[in-house]
Write a new protein. Structure first.
Length: 553
């Protein structure tokens, strides 16, 4: 069609086909990259063929009120840009205007009817940069602005004495302490120090999302890393190998622990600092986010005298917090509780916590064997990673102990399949596992949340069972308390699979996880998606968070 419209020559077409076969790149991108057709001309042509309005954003009036209806994160995620608004209709420029799922999400997000137009990717990216990135993020970053500190710059040549002197200079100490103190105040879980060719980037992970903060110049990279290494008792001369360490500083009268990791990259060492603030650890079961009916089930089965309880989910989904909360709720003077973890992140009063040390042969499996001679009632294993650990844990459960542990699976039913794949016999799993819990973390809306109405039909098309014609939901606002993000804190959503007689029978007969999952749902199990939908309808979180959780499971 492009050739017929004289927008592309036959020779150009053949050249693009050969190139596309080599790179498997999208055909339109090949045409643009090789300069065979202008992107705006191609997009206008596609719009005419699909009968979709074409818009050139660089030549179109942009209504800033329309821009404010859609958040930066959504515009960037789906490559779209709101440029006009008429009554209840929002005009959106999209790279893919035929994506009905995104359009449905926009209806729910904004409460407007959506009129999509097609626009070039370059045009949309330019508009996003001009109307979002050059204005809105600046407001969000004000809280994190750093003072300029005059520190001597060290060269690429390693001079240990000079590094030691510079790493101890007061201005540099103040800078690094300031970075860590601000991270604690912002409730960040991690601090990323990332070197690039001509810049240094500092980012805080807040409520699971990374936010860039005002960063020092590139010349400060080596002094900052050196100071972090000195604080963490790491080898400051070694830049070729990854290193790990720990340190602590006092923030607002509290001692905060930090776990530090460094790795070499193309442009220097990157450091990630995990903030271990025990005051932010939620160990109250009622505050974790359990739905009332799910909490009753969870509390019932963590009180059984023996068996195995598994908590599953990806890294950073809050599994350790859930296990700590469970131990705290059942910890009494009559019980001997022992844990083996890697690493021990928080101290639990009244619990014997042991740090695994695989480098000297003291791993989870050998630690578990040692525990059996310590007269334990309850055992927590940080993670079941291999068959040996799984078998020792199951044997402990069979001999009258209550064992808690974690697995990396997407849902609760997947825990069974994971153990079978490790080589554990199904009859042993059926005899010991009493409950598997899958969980995710969703961001909670700040008190500055903004209500808006959504057509019930749009929600039903997304799988949300509502009967009202109009439903009130909430979206992020922005205030000083939440640093203009709109979210403040996180809570868990949970899927609890109770291993009843019917599930045991399926496990013994080696049924796949999807069969176990469907059976559990038929028996009344609340799924992860249903749990987060309840939180959306209750105004605790957003459709965005629901879509993220739904995409993971």
């Amino acid at each position: 069609m492009l050739v017929e419209a004289n927008l592309l020559t036959k020779e150009g077409l053949e050249k693009a086909i050969i190139e596309q076969k080599k790179t498997t790149e999208q055909f339109s991108r090949v045409l643009i990259r090789l300069g065979l057709i202008e992107e705006e001309a191609l997009v206008a042509f596609l719009g005419s063929k699909f009968n979709i309005p074409y818009v050139n954003l660089s030549k179109t009036y942009i209504d800033t009120l329309a821009v404010s209806t859609i958040r930066y994160e959504i515009a960037k995620k789906y490559l779209l840009f709101p440029f006009g608004k008429e009554d209840s209709v929002l005009k959106i420029a999209m790279v893919d205007p035929l994506n009905a799922a995104v359009i449905n999400e926009l209806v729910v997000e904004t409460g407007y009817q959506i009129k999509p137009s097609i626009a070039s990717e370059a045009g949309i990216r330019k508009a996003i940069k001009e109307y979002y990135e050059e204005e809105i993020p600046q407001e969000q970053k004000k809280k994190f602005e750093k003072k300029k500190i005059d520190v001597k710059v060290i060269g690429e040549e390693i001079n240990i004495d000079r590094i030691m002197r510079q790493g101890s200079e007061a201005p540099l100490i103040n800078l690094v302490n300031h970075l860590l103190t601000e991270a604690v105040k912002a409730k960040a879980s991690d601090v990323h120090v990332e070197p690039y060719e001509h810049s240094l980037r500092i980012r805080y992970r807040i409520d699971g999302v990374l936010y860039e903060v005002a960063s020092p110049p590139k010349e400060m990279h080596h002094p900052i890393i050196s100071r972090i290494k000195i604080m963490s008792e790491m080898d400051i001369a070694e830049r070729r190998l990854p290193q790990d360490g720990r340190c602590k500083i006092r923030v607002e009268g509290r001692e905060i622990d930090f776990r530090v990791s460094t790795v070499p990259t193309n442009f220097g060492e990157k450091s990630v600092i995990r903030v271990l603030d025990s005051s932010s650890l939620c160990v109250d079961l009622t505050s974790l986010g359990f739905e009332p009916d799910a909490l009753v089930i969870f509390e019932k089965y963590i009180s059984v005298p023996h068996g195995m309880i598994l908590v599953t989910g990806p890294t950073g989904s809050g599994k350790t917090t859930t296990l700590y909360s469970a131990l705290r709720s059942i910890n009494t003077p009559e019980k001997n509780i022992v844990t083996i973890e890697d690493p021990v992140e928080f101290v639990l009063p009244g619990v014997n916590q042991i740090q695994a040390k695989p480098d000297i042969g003291f791993d989870f499996a050998s630690g578990l064997r040692s525990f059996m001679r310590q007269d334990p009632d309850i055992i927590l294993v940080g993670e079941i990673r291999d068959r040996e650990t799984a078998e020792v844990a199951i044997n402990a459960a069979l001999t009258g102990h209550l064992v808690f542990s974690t697995l990396h699976t997407n849902d609760a039913a997947g825990a069974v399949t994971r153990l079978v794949n490790m080589g554990v016999e199904p009859f042993l799993i059926a005899s010991t596992v009493v409950m598997a819990v899958a969980q995710r973390l969703v961001r909670k809306l700040c008190d500055c949340k903004i209500p808006y109405e959504v057509p019930g039909e749009s929600l039903r098309s997304m799988g949300i069972d509502v009967w009202e014609d109009r439903v009130t939901l909430y979206k992020p606002g922005g205030c000083e308390r939440c640093v203009n993000i709109g979210y403040k804190g996180r809570c868990g959503v949970f899927e609890i699979l109770v291993v009843n007689e019917q599930i045991k029978d399926l496990i013994i007969h080696r049924e796949p996880s999807n069969v176990i999952y469907r059976t559990a749902v038929d028996s009344g199990m609340l799924t992860l998606k249903e749990a987060v939908i309840r939180k959306v309808l209750a105004g605790a979180t957003t459709i965005d968070e629901m879509m993220r959780v739904s995409a993971e499971v």
